[in-house]
Design a protein. Sequence first.
Lengths: 772, 224
Amino acid sequence: MFKHYTKIAWRNLLKYKTQSIISVLGLAIGFTAFSFTMSWIRFERGYDKQIKDADRIYKVFKLNKRNEDGVQHMLPTPLKRLLEGFPEVEAVTAINQTKKDIFKAEELLISNADVILADTSFFKVFYPDIKINFPNDLSDRPIILSGRIAQILGSDYTKTEGIKLIDIISGLPSVRTNVPFDLMTVAPLFEDSECPWCYFSYTMYVRLHDNVDVKLIQTKLESIEVEGSMQGVMSFILVPLRETHYTYPTDKAKIRYAHLQIFIIVSILIILCALFNYLMLFVNNLKVRVRELKLRIVNGASGVSFLVQFITEISLLLLFSLFVSTILIEFLFSPFIILSEIDAPKSFFLYEMFLYGIFILLFSTLLLLLIIYLLNKNISKDLNHSFTKISLFLQLSVGILLCFCTSIFLYQYKTLNESDLGFNRYNINTFMSDVWLTKEEVKKIPGVEDVIFFEGQFLPRTVSSSAQYITKSNEKVTVEFIQFHEPEFVDFFEFEIIAGRNLHYGEKNGCLINETAVKKFELENPLGEVVLNFTVVGVIHDIHIDPPSLPVLPTIYILRDNMQTRSFEKNPLTGDYDLITSNVPSSKEESNSTRSKYFAYKYIDGFKETTEHVIKMHITEQGDSKLYIRNMEDMFSDYTHSERYLLILLSIMTVVAILIAVFGIYSMVTFECNQRRKEIAIRKVNGANIKEIFMLFFRQYLWITVAASSVAFPVGIYVMQRWLDQYTRRVSMEWWLFVGVFVLVFIIVMTSMIFRVVKSARENPAIVVKSE
Amino acid sequence: MIKTTNLQKIFRTDEVETWALNEVNIEIKEGEFVAVMGPSGCGKTTLLNILGLLDNPTSGEYYLNGKEVSKLKENQRTNLRKGVIGFVFQSFNLIEELNVYENIELPLLYMKMPATERKKRVKEAMDRMAISHRVKHFPQQLSGGQQQRVAIARAVVANPDLILADEPTGNLDSKNGAEVMSLLTDLNREGTTIVMVTHSMHDAGYAGRTINLFDGKVVPEVVL
């Protein structure tokens, strides 16, 4: 009997092969997207689940509006002491995580090992059951090894390298944990006695006592005033350990977690579209199938056989979809791993995806059975017709929604990357090396148009300083300082001076301010005003140098010599502290002869690679020198790389959704044309021409498209408004976007039906009337 | 009004070539009531379809009101048919989704007639066919005789010069059949040309003359 059902199911799928193929492809793409995204989300949410009482452990962040995700990972050491004093806190640890190559007798044994610098409280926070006998004196920085690494390094490692080993700990997680370690260096906490609250070098984790409300700790942190702690400026948040990896990732993720959540919804919509597409075909043929059932019953079958037949058909369709999905998964696995940057074995994903496959199979079968049951109870032509329309309406709604969202997404993405940012970022490279060069030397490189000294004032921002300005109405405004060596930066980056003039060489007390500063400082006539000891000589347009989610701050542009700067600055690329030795030139001639290790240069279009190659050659000639070259346009577009990936994925899903809807419409039109064949012929006999026959269908599909739009657009507006709110520069949803999407979808709808309707309308009515 | 010269209609498939009409030469004058008779498959309906501009002949000439129409394109045929030719079928061919009023109104809609004029014409046609009391009913709610009255009302509502009836009583009992034939005779008396395909000698008796077809050819006509 099973063979019989399978045979009939196979024949039915073959009979409506176009629709079956579309349903299978739609479902397969939906399954694949759903499986990948769900695996990804589950992977992210599975961090540190092995740690006992992980829900009592929190990572502490400093709020920082200058960072894209709004927080700063590194914290000042006195915070640890402060937290240790709270009775709600069981333990606090401050750690410094890096990746390093481990050598044994100058032989590289392990590259990119997870190395943690921590104090003795690390285990109290994460693994309180592990008891370690720490020596009293930690000055020689003893180490703890993980079992895996100890095995690789061998028992004589510590003897060879002269290292003091405290313990070897086995069985700790090395993946899907926020605190993986191969080697831990135990050292006392570094505390700067001169400016303890200024030294940001540790990440901090706290373990709270059972049943402690974390909000209580945050409230306490905000209310405590510690001298020199900049309390108020310094606000902290505590994030549950298991959420930190996807809420505030240490390394910038290629696709943000929030974007994954959007994508999972899109995947589900695609699956539903494909299911409804198939169901529409099924319901359209329900009357025929009921006759088939009756004939079967006459021939001895029971009523259940229809259900079994249907389940077999659905299962076959879903199995085909899962099969195609498996091929897609295999094909897309490598790009997915690159995109997700997930360090997990393939078996993890295969297992996860198998579970989702089973889940989707059961869910789809149950959903379809429920609908068939409801329809079967009230079987009538009208109901079937209504269901078909509702199904089409749903498919079109999803298509329009995705089309609209993708359009807004694209519009916003283009605006973020192509709009006027107030400065020129095209054809500009920045580089830093160990080699001291003059601007003249850089200028001589073929393809280099212009050069300035550039120590990471922005893109990449490696130096940052800010102060507070008190306005006339006594409001405190945080001000950003951007410092240059020479006045040429204005022309180099093509800043537009909207009032006043540029700074002169050696103008120590002058400054330029941006438009936001003029507004925030409440300056009616800013020129000549003294702001934080600098006289405003010019006003420039706002420049958008930060991630698009951050607002433009009031900014003061000065020449470096004008500021009391620190002697050392941390270089985030190397992790080293560079001594600032450059002199601020007092004239152009002096500027040309000054040497520096940091430059920004403008290259002639098409000379990017050439200039980079020459610089590399030149620096390499100087020996084992480090060189970091960055392109300003790339760095800026990097701010929106998650949006870029999501845009690509969304576009694919939109095409799939539209394609499903198109085939849904085509099959509905085909079905309807067959059903209304006689009506069309009678109308033609009575004087209707092809255009008038087409209009019969046109009106109907126009209304379905209008109805779908009236649902999709409000939903789209709600979703996209919330999405756009995260950006400080955002597009508005212009009327032409709505019209454009509607017209596009309507043209697609019309194109998919016109051929079939015209074919029916062209039929000879004499033959139809005779044959019906 | 109607004149055909050497009219031929050949249906071709990959394997078979069927001559439905072969050198048909007929002439029907305005105001005539002509019955077309012959055995099944002799080409009666094919002839009626060509006369009604639903189909083109394979060769030959067809003059309608003095105009050669055998080679017109579909759109031209549709435009020429509007308001000039009315059809009555054996199986009534009413649109199930439309009620009596809407079915009758159909030809006028495609003639782009103003609504008030349409309403007047439909009312007249319904009164004439004595179906005004069924105005809101749908075809499936009517008897066969009533459905055929609606079909005739639809055929005459545009005041056509020519009515083509394809076995109009074929699906009716004798009482309803007689009523339909009576209606057609009345229309003919009022000046409408009627060409009716029938198997029934009795119905053919209502016509002024009969064209006999056999294997696609006209065999000598009999004037009653």
